[in-house]
Write a protein that binds this ligand. Structure first.
Ligand code: NDP
Ligand code: GDR
Length: 324
């Protein structure tokens, strides 16, 4: 069988790095689109150097996308690039909209005109559910986003469905709930907590300022979730899927487990700081992944406590070695 080719946008991010590893293991030729910056930030994919091919491009530049599709001739495109940090979306709502929303249309247009046989994956998000209208949230739950990021992702989701229905593209949307790993960015709550717990344990600081400790999230492991992305593109018909663990936990539980892992009492270190409280919050996320289980044969393998402890342990090693 001919080698399959995949193009990943956002390959330098958490999910991009795990997905690239997975596709390489499956024998794919892996191409990644990276944006130019004055300093290369490729630490998550440094170990894949020589195995993947990187190309400059930008979701905002329609022609760079078409050129990249022509150059790499992919069978599958995974659109993971986004302004993905929710608080930043209130500070940069226009950029978030242009990139996280309209960028999806630009990629779909490039595919439609250049390579319509491509199988396309769009990184949709549980942030689209926003305000709690139903629990657990499934593919049938209506959207009520609570941040400019959530609004932009809802647009990206709908335009993917629309291009599938209008132009018969094989375009699918994975509605993924929060997923984490030792490669998670330092600003997201799980990694912020595990990294700072490691620093506190090593005596480098003695407080941890936090926002809303009552928010509830359905947290899974990124390595499991990229496998679900791949499975969605191997189906006979394009469909959207929720990917989650069907468990919910508060930020407070996250903090308790992380400090507990190093034998410390979180209440001595955690301070509430209004700077980390959001203008509008998503109070409760819990995903029903029944459809993914039945049709994709997918299930999460890492549960919450194991995930948090894995991240604390990795950060203890990193901080000990003087790394971030
Ligand atoms: P990351 O933030 O780790 O990675 C985002 C990627 O997008 C990076 O490669 C980054 O490139 C690129 N990117 C970010 N902002 C811009 C920008 N303004 N212009 C160009 N490129 C940009 O995200 P994750 O890996 O965690 O998530 C992958 C995708 O899945 C995102 O679309 C995210 O919104 C979505 N998602 C994530 C979930 C999660 O829990 N992780 C859940 C549901 C959806 P660079 O290195 O150059 O900054
Ligand atoms: P989220 O993830 O907004 O769900 O989006 P994040 O980890 O940033 O926040 C989760 C919850 O924790 C609360 N919180 C804090 N969050 C941060 N970052 N820092 C804090 O100090 C803090 N204190 C409390 C937040 O209020 C929130 O309720 C992530 C991103 O990966 C999105 O790209 C993705 O689409 C969704 O998950 C699903």
């Amino acid at each position: 069988m001919a080698t399959k080719r995949a193009l990943i946008t956002g390959i330098t991010g958490q999910d991009g790095s795990y997905l690239a590893e997975l596709l390489l293991k499956k024998g794919y030729e892996v191409h990644g689109m990276v944006r130019r910056s004055s300093e290369e930030k490729f630490e998550r994919i440094a170990h894949l150097q020589g195995k993947i091919q990187l190309h400059q491009g930008d979701l905002l530049d329609q022609f760079s996308l078409a050129a990249l599709l022509n150059l790499t001739q992919p069978d599958e495109v995974y659109n993971l690039a986004a302004q993905s940090f929710v608080p930043t979306s209130w500070n940069q709502p226009v950029l978030t909209g242009e990139f996280t929303a309209l960028g999806v249309t630009k990629m779909l247009e490039a595919i439609r005109h250049t390579r319509p046989q491509v199988r396309f994956y769009q990184a949709s998000s549980s942030e689209m559910f926003g305000k709690v209208l139903e629990v657990p949230q499934s593919e049938e739950t209506p959207f009520y986003p609570r941040s400019p990021y959530g609004v932009a992702k809802a647009y990206g989701h709908h335009i993917t469905v629309n291009y599938r229905e209008s132009f018969k593209l094989f375009a699918v949307s994975g509605i993924l709930f929060n997923h984490e790993s030792p490669r998670r960015g330092l600003e997201f709550v799980t990694r912020k907590v595990t990294y700072n717990v490691a620093r506190i344990k090593h005596g480098l600081q003695d407080t941890l300022p936090m926002g809303n400790l009552d928010a509830k999230r359905d947290w899974g492991f990124a390595g499991d979730y990229v496998d679900a992305m791949w499975r969605m593109l191997q189906q006979d018909t394009p469909e959207d899927f929720v990917v989650a663990t069907n468990e919910t936990h508060t930020v407070k539980e996250l903090v308790e487990i992380a400090f507990g892992r190093v034998g410390l009492d979180w209440q001595k270190y955690v301070k509430t700081d209004p700077a980390f409280v959001r203008p509008a919050e998503v109070d409760l996320l819990i995903g029903d992944y029944d459809k993914a289980k039945k049709k994709l044969g997918w299930e999460p393998t890492v549960r919450f406590k194991q995930l948090v402890e894995m991240m604390v342990d990795a950060d203890l090693e990193r901080v000990k070695a003087g790394q971030r």
